[in-house]
Ligand binder design. Sequence first.
Ligand SMILES: *Cc1c(COP(=O)(O)O)cnc(C)c1O
Length: 408
Amino acid sequence: MAQVNGNYLKLKAGYLFPEIARRVKAFSEANPEAQIIRLGIGDVTEPLPEACRTAMKGAIDEMGTREGFHGYGPEQGYLWLREKIAASDFQARGCQVSAEEIFVSDGSKCDSSNILDILGEGNRIAVTDPVYPVYVDSNVMAGRTGDADDAGRYGGLTYLPITAANGFTAEIPTEKVDLIYLCFPNNPTGAVATKAQLQAWVDYARANDALILFDAAYEAFIQDPELPHSIYEIEGARECAIEFRSFSKNAGFTGTRCALTVVPRGLMGTAANGERVELWALWNRRQCTKFNGVSYIVQRGAEAVYSVEGQAQVQALVAFYMQNAAIIRRELTAAGIQVYGGEQAPYVWLKTPENMDSWGFFDHLLGKAHVVGTPGSGFGAAGEGYFRLSAFNSRENVQEAMGRIRAL
Ligand SMILES: *Cc1c(COP(=O)(O)O)cnc(C)c1O
C-alpha cells in the first residue's frame, strides 16, 4: 500500500471553516425558518467589475480565431500584465520593482504555500498569533513543524502574539528566526502596520539574515495615505522580502483567480554549504516546472483593473466594502462591544462581550441573531476571546445583521 505524507496527520482536525459549516448546518436543520446572515468566511460578494468582464469577453472572442488563439503562455505571466503591475502597483509608489520580478499566478494562497518549495528544512519560522491559517498549515504539510499541543500550537514554530496590548502588530522577536510571515492590512484582525513598524521588521531581517514573506492581499483597502501598501516602500526590503498580492479582494477575483508574487533580483538565500543563492532563479525554476501560467482570458481581465474605468470600478468596490466595515464598527460600538480594525481593512475584530470565549460567542450570535462570524481562537491561541466579522456582504445583509445584534 502507498504510504501517505505523515505530516498531514499532524494537522489539527476540525479545521476552522468546516467546523463553522457543521455548526451552521446543525442550527439551520433545527431552525429551518431562520434567515442566516454569513459574515464569516472572507469571500467577496459583489459582481466582477465591468471593465474586467468586457476584457475577458474580448479575450474569449480572440481565442475563437486562428490569429488570436493563445496556447500555453509564459509561466511567469504575460509581459503586458507584468509591466502594468510593476508601473501601477509599485513604481507609482516609489518602489523599484520591475516586470521581470513579478510572477503572475492563480492565487496568493497557493503562492504563499508553494514558496516553501524553494526554502530549506532547517529554517526557524515565525508566524503571528492569530494568523491566516494557510501559513501554518502549509508548513505542517511540508514537514517544517513538530506536533500540535493542546492549544493548537505546533512545535518548532515561533508564535508572535498580536493583541490589543501591542496594537495588533507583533513585537520584533528577541531570538533569531529565519522566516517571518507578515500580513498587513491583517487578516484576521484588520490591523495595519506603519512605515516605522515595517522598517523595524526589515531592519531585524537584514540584521539576522532572515526572509520576510509579506502578504499584501488587502493593500487596496488602506485609506490613510501615510500607510505603506508594499513592503518595498521600506528601505532595504528588496534585500530581505518577498511580497504576495492578489486580485481576489480588490477586484473580486476570488472565483476568477489571479494573483502575483514579487521576488526581487539579488534577494539571496543560503545553501547548505554556505554559498549565497538567488531566490528569483529558484522561484522561476519552480514555477516553470510545476506551473503552466494563468489563462490568457483571466490575465486580460486582470489587466483591465489598470485601465481608467477599471481603477474607478475597483475603487468603488473597495469603498462599498469599507462603508460596510464602518457600519459594523459603528453599530457594534453602539451595542457596547469593543471593536478593532475595519478602518483600513475589510475585517472588524471584536472583543467578545462578557468574557465569552470565541466559540461561545459564535453559538450565541448564531443562536440569537442568526449571524455567522468567525471565532478568533480559530486563527490561533491568542485569538481566544476575540471574533472576526467580515465586511464582504450586501449592504442590506450588513444592516440587517447589525440591527439584530443591537437588539440582543
Ligand atoms: C484572501 C486572502 C488572500 C488571497 O488569496 P487568493 O488565493 O489570491 O484568493 C491572501 N492572503 C490572505 C491573508 C487572504 O485573506
